[in-house]
Design a protein around this ligand. Structure first.
Ligand code: PMV
Length: 330
């Protein structure tokens, strides 16, 4: 059985948890799921497990055995999904990304979305998409959004058990086919994980209450912009959310500074392009890579300019892609 999923990029950002144990977001978010970049996860089912729980006896990430800690974490997730329908199996998981892993390109989002979709199939669970998004969220908050294609909303939810902290589709990929250019400005892995960074921000940034208080307004406005295909409005709101998130992080103690000189050079260049009438805006996550979101057909012009900037190592190109799915039954 093979499952496939794509990374997603938030336009209205998620930063901060309301419950760190259950990985519940303090704010909702709005994202786009990408095409081209993908995770393919093959899961094979062996003999019955010796005890009454699911075992993962082999976990390969891009061909290399994963650390025991990750294997244990995924095994816990598999057992949370397991419905006790028959003898629990032993599983072998082999997962590949066609893009660099853990390099600020949201590989954990596509990874967990492909994993829960594959586990659902191999374990015969038959969860619906919103239930699957809650399982993906346990792995990584943003992974819940990769269950769907195109434009996706993630609700913060109000329930303590997180049952309403789910993703839902907003607009299909082919209904507004934006281009995406990703400028990679560093290949070293990030110094502060998003989980640690979020916790530090929540505990120490004086802007955190204001960030949470403003999010629903931003989400409502951005959802309307998406429904109306209003690029300028979405551009303004997305850059606002991105810069607000980084301001919030920078005001933590010690401050979180994810940008480098090339990141900033890209932001200035994208602003200059936009001032010259090119349909493009930026967003940056917890790392130094810059994502340029382009109006349909503007990707080539934007890529040509970003590729010339000092410190830009590579570019990745994408459009908007589909949600997670099973692509081969065996
Ligand atoms: O999914 P996590 O826990 O790695 O958090 C993602 C946080 C951001 O990428 C910075 C923003 C987002 O909404 O994706």
């Amino acid at each position: 059985m093979v499952a496939q999923a794509h990374p997603n990029i938030a336009l209205i950002k998620y930063w901060g948890k309301r419950d760190a144990r259950l990985n519940l977001p303090a704010v909702g978010s709005l994202s786009i799921t990408l095409s081209q970049l993908e995770t393919c996860t093959r899961i094979a089912r062996h003999a019955a497990a010796p005890d009454d729980c699911v075992y993962i006896d082999e976990l390969l990430l891009d061909g290399a055995p994963a650390e025991t800690e990750l294997r244990t974490r995924l095994q816990t997730l598999a057992n949370q999904m397991w419905r006790n329908n028959g003898p629990p199996p032993v599983l072998a998981i082999d997962t590949h990304n066609n893009f660099p892993t853990a390099a600020g390109l949201a590989s954990s989002a596509s990874g967990y979305a492909a994993l829960v979709t594959g586990l659902d199939s191999i374990l015969d669970c038959h969860y619906d998409d919103s239930e699957l998004s809650t399982f993906a969220r346990i792995g990584s908050g943003s992974a819940a959004r990769s269950l769907y294609g195109g434009f996706v909303l993630m609700d913060k939810g109000l329930q303590e058990d997180g049952s309403d902290a789910i993703a839902r589709p907003l607009l299909g990929a082919d209904e507004w086919p934006l281009d995406v250019v990703i400028a990679v400005t560093s290949t070293t892995s990030k110094q502060t994980s998003s989980t640690d960074g979020m916790e530090r921000t929540r505990a120490t940034s004086p802007f955190f209450p204001a960030w949470c208080a403003g999010q629903e307004t931003d989400l409502a406005a951005a959802s309307s912009a998406v429904r109306a295909r209003d690029f300028d409005q979405l551009a303004d709101l997305s850059e606002y959310s991105c810069l607000k998130m980084h301001g919030l992080m920078m005001a933590a103690q010690p401050g979180l500074l994810y940008w480098n000189a090339a990141t900033l050079a890209c932001l200035h260049e994208i602003r200059a392009l936009r001032n010259r009438g090119v349909g493009v805006f930026f967003t940056v996550d917890a790392g130094p890579q810059v994502k340029a979101i382009c109006a349909p057909g503007e990707g080539d012009a934007v890529a040509a300019i970003l590729g010339e900037i000092d410190g830009v190592i590579t570019l990745h190109r994408a459009g908007l892609g589909e949600g997670a799915r099973v692509v081969a039954a065996r």
